[in-house]
Ligand binder design. Structure first.
Ligand code: NDP
Ligand code: 2IT
Length: 450
């Protein structure tokens, strides 16, 4: 058995039942095989064995009281995965599907994503199996306060800096920050994605979606093409999806779909983004309500999705932006995208394509931008928020946006150059994984056995 396969087998025994985590680890380890041959020092220093083991895993009880006076209990997590390059950095996810394996997959991805940004941030992730849907504002606040009552002792502006992810947006960051400040008696940059009124950065809210589109722009440039006039399929209708659609419109493209966990909207004339913002950001409603304004749009409820696939990916388009969640794009979906002439897939979400779908994209020669490269604009702008907090300055929107553009272009070219150096010029999975891994591994060697 190869060294990589042996490592993965061992991991399955020592960390049982964490399938998403194995998937993320396999993706990275299989890509870096050629690098391990070239540089035996990584094996001599047991870099892989150390990398797959988080530096610290914090799991805690989150008790809170609902509006009816019942006591509820959730599981809270913060996985501090790797601090070779800087303080642990990564979001918090509140979703009923959250478990240790999901937080570990996200934390593991975050290590290499953060390394790719070229900024001094390590990798971490956290969250809870809490379902924010249907909860009152007061319940959300009590939950966030209880969550932070444990988390605050583990985080700090130079230790670990959480942010948002699925189910955690500016409202939750506000309640979390308020409780942190109360307990720690410090007003510091311990969370990112903060409100512009009290320490947030311009363009952080937009950064992940905008960044994914800037990344797509680099991919199209390389083909001698542009986004102008292109039909784009988007999944999700949360933070990443909304701001990806906004930037696509800015650059002359046409987003024609979006989705939530209940169903998919397809609107040939182009998604009405102001309406989606109103439904999702202001009313926290369901996408189905879109039809009340646009009866010429098509809505497919989740129950009517094709077997083994999702409804979004069966339409004809030039580009696809999965921006909802992990494994939302299957081999069947990849096939139908490719058959319909889709030439560029850009991942706004973390690990949205199954391994079989990724294999199909790579074999087909389509331009495929993996999440850890294409969605790194969010965390990169979080680091810009940390810089502004540490210096007590505030940059204007254009300044942050320009920096974000530069970072996305650097990530693209770093991954592309690395893929070329290893003889697979169009394989950005290999390029991104090797480029990210190399930075972390070299730092770990220099810091000794810790
Ligand atoms: P939001 O909570 O704002 O939106 C998530 C969207 O995805 C919603 O439309 C949601 O639908 C849908 N969704 C979530 N879970 C599922 C599911 N199990 N099945 C179907 N649909 C689902 O989250 P974000 O936009 O912030 O995050 C989206 C993705 O982007 C995630 O993979 C996240 O890890 C990744 N990401 C986020 C970054 C950020 O800065 N926010 C940075 C980098 C990556 P519904 O409302 O019905 O639940
Ligand atoms: O997956 C991600 O990169 C995020 N959810 C953003 C993390 C951050 O610290 O901004």
């Amino acid at each position: 058995m190869s060294y990589i396969k042996e490592t993965i087998e061992k991991l399955k025994q020592t960390s049982p039942a964490q399938v998403e985590f194995y998937q993320a680890v396999e993706d990275v380890l299989e890509s870096i095989e050629p690098l391990l041959e070239e540089r035996p020092k990584y094996r001599e220093h047991s870099i892989i064995e150390r990398l797959v083991e988080p530096e610290r895993q914090i799991m805690f009880r989150v008790p809170w009281m609902d509006d009816d006076g019942n006591i509820q209990v959730n599981k809270g997590y913060r996985i501090e995965f790797n601090s070779a390059l800087g303080p642990y950095k990564g979001g918090l996810r509140f979703h009923p599907s959250v478990n240790a394996g999901i937080i570990k997959f996200l934390g593991f991805e975050q290590i290499f994503k953060n390394a790719l940004t070229g900024l001094p941030i390590g990798g971490g992730k956290g969250g809870a199996n809490f379902n924010p849907k249907g909860k009152s504002d007061a319940e959300i606040m009590r939950f966030c306060q209880s969550f932070m009552s444990e988390l605050y002792r583990h985080i700090g502006p130079n230790t670990d800096v959480p942010a948002g992810d699925i189910g955690v947006g500016s409202r939750e960051i506000g309640y979390l920050f308020g409780q942190y400040k109360r307990l720690a008696n410090r007003f510091d940059g311990v969370l990112t994605g903060k409100s512009l009124l009290w320490g947030g950065s311009h363009a952080r809210k937009e950064a992940t979606g905008y960044g994914a589109v800037y990344f797509a722009q680099c991919m199209m440039d390389d083909k001698g093409d542009s986004l102008e006039g292109k039909r784009c399929l988007i999944s999700g209708s949360g933070n990443v999806a909304i701001y990806a659609m906004e930037k696509l419109y800015d650059l002359g493209a046409r987003p024609i779909s979006c989705s939530d966990s209940s169903g998919t909207i397809y609107h040939e004339q182009g998604i009405d983004l102001d309406l989606v913002k109103r439904i999702k950001e202001e009313q926290k409603g369901r996408l189905e309500e879109y039809l009340e304004t646009h009866n010429n749009a098509e809505y497919t409820p989740r129950d009517d999705y094709p077997k083994d696939g999702h409804s979004v990916w069966r339409y004809k388009a030039d580009l696809a932006f999965p921006c909802a969640t992990q494994n939302e794009l299957t081999a069947k979906d990849a096939q139908s995208l490719l058959e319909n002439g889709c030439k560029c897939i850009v991942e706004g979400a973390n690990m949205p394509s199954t391994q079989a779908a990724v294999d199909l994209f790579i074999e087909s020669g389509a331009a495929y931008g993996p999440g850890k490269a294409a969605n790194a604009g969010g965390v990169a702008t979080s680091q810009l928020e940390m810089v502004q907090n540490a210096s007590m300055l505030r940059w204007d929107f254009d300044e942050v946006d320009e920096k974000l553009k530069g970072i996305m272009s650097n990530i693209y070219h770093d991954a592309k150059r690395t893929a070329e150096d290893f003889g697979h010029p169009s394989n950005l999975v290999l390029g991104a994984n090797i480029a990210g891994f190399r930075k972390v591994a070299d730092a770990m060697i220099e810091q000794g056995v810790v």
